[in-house]
Design a protein around this ligand. Structure first.
Ligand SMILES: [Zn+2]
Length: 202
């Protein structure tokens, strides 16, 4: 797996490879930076963990450059056209949704040789979607190596985050790759979730 850093807030971009194909999770890094990291692998899909600009900014550039679809929560159209909801620093929005395919909670998606389990995870934003791929959880801004995503933003919901944490703690996963910061794992996240369940329950 290749881990690139995006230009805004060091948001993580993950490139997962199988055979001569790859999928890209989040789009904070420039398309040039992604192209330089592909080692001849062909991107076959882009997944967004949520609509915040540090994760979504280059998604249409990737879709055009690599001629592939952008997969994201069915709730993401509620946010992409709203510069406040996606926290774009220059007040821009993402209005071209023609490359998007929308995902539902629990959906199992097969893209090439990749099997992707979609886990809707509202709380940080209404459109958060976690992806479980080969036992690894791509958690976006829901779970971090130290902490959880903010719930004081537009389209955040503390109660929904609590429900999401209870849902994620029942999932079977090993490594956790977050939208910012470092890799963590199941043990770290069980402690993290237990702590933040108590905070959010107050
Ligand atoms: Zn976010």
């Amino acid at each position: 797996m290749i881990n690139l850093k995006g230009e805004l807030l060091d948001a993580n971009v993950y490139i997962l490879e199988k055979g001569d194909s790859c999928i890209i999770i989040d789009s904070g890094a420039s398309v040039e930076k992604v192209k330089a990291s592909l080692n001849g692998k062909k991107p076959i899909a882009i997944f967004l963990t949520h609509g915040h600009f540090d994760h979504s900014i280059h998604c249409n550039d990737y879709a055009k450059a690599f001629n592939c679809k952008i997969y994201a929560s069915e709730k993401i159209p509620m946010t992409l056209g709203d510069s406040v909801a996606i926290y774009s620093p220059d007040h821009s929005t993402i209005d071209d949704l023609s490359n998007f395919e929308y995902l539902k909670d629990g959906q199992l998606l097969k893209v090439g040789d990749f099997d992707v389990q979609c886990i809707a995870a509202p709380g940080h934003s209404i459109c958060c979607m976690c992806y479980l791929i080969d036992g690894d959880l791509f958690a976006g801004d829901v779970l971090f190596d130290k902490g959880i995503g903010r719930t004081d933003l537009k389209n955040s919901d503390k109660t929904a985050m609590l429900t999401t944490l209870k849902k994620l703690e029942k999932q079977d996963f090993q490594n956790v790759f977050s939208g910012h910061g470092e890799k963590s794992n199941h043990d770290i996240q069980m402690k993290n979730i237990a702590l933040f369940k108590r905070f959010l329950s107050r």
